[in-house]
Design a binder for this molecule. Structure first.
Ligand code: ADP
Ligand code: MG
Length: 188
């Protein structure tokens, strides 16, 4: 898929009974108003709590509303920006990406960034600040992002821009993947 969106992840097939506190904030975002306001969404929580599913579903919702969207992992974004940087085209690429009202960055925190990667990612966040929306997902609380980006100053400046106009939605509980496999259910 050109958009990078994982297939088959929609709001209709998300079971909010498994993630009840997310229901109200996610349903409010389904209107798409946050995109025209250039706001961000951050989904935080442990593995299997539905971060990727909800990020994809909000991006699908935005696409259905006529917005161009791109979806990739944080590592994929860094690779893409670093290729543009090597060609001397970083600013052109950031400008081009701003024409997408929504970019989803999945899995911030699974892999630590080297310093140049952290700087490139910071430039992506800065270039979109108050111009175009981001959805980010992370298994780590903001307090641990300094470790991901290897630099407390860069992490703080980035978090400041991300959360200034954002809904931060914590996801909780056991992994839905384990539930799928019946691990938390007793045999009848
Ligand atoms: P995370 O990104 O937080 O690790 P995922 O979004 O990848 O978790 O969810 C793991 C799997 O479980 C995916 O196949 C996802 O579609 C499914 N899933 C997670 N939470 C729910 C839910 N509440 N309702 C329906 N499917 C879910
Ligand atoms: Mg995920």
């Amino acid at each position: 898929r050109a958009s990078g969106l994982p297939a088959g992840k929609t709001l209709e097939d998300f079971d909010f009974d498994h993630q009840p506190t997310a229901r109200t904030p996610i349903q409010a975002l389904a209107s798409g108003a946050w995109l025209t306001e250039h706001r961000n969404v951050v989904l935080l929580g442990p593995p299997g709590t539905g971060k990727t599913h909800l990020a994809a579903a909000l991006a699908v919702t935005a696409a259905r509303q006529g917005h161009r969207v791109l979806f990739a992992t944080a590592s994929e974004w860094v690779t893409r920006l670093s290729e543009a940087h090597q060609r001397g085209r970083l600013d052109a690429e950031l400008t081009r990406l701003r024409r997408y009202p929504l970019i989803a960055v999945d899995e911030v925190g699974y892999l630590p960034f080297a310093q140049d990667a952290a700087n490139l990612f910071f430039q992506l966040v800065s270039s979109r600040y108050e111009h175009a929306s981001l959805i980010l997902t992370s298994n780590l609380p903001f307090s641990s992002w300094a470790g991901v980006f290897g630099d407390q100053v860069v992490a703080a400046a980035m978090i400041d821009r991300i959360v200034h106009h954002a809904d931060v939605i914590p996801l909780k509980g056991a992994s839905y993947r384990l539930r799928d496999r019946g691990i938390d259910t007793l045999p009848s």
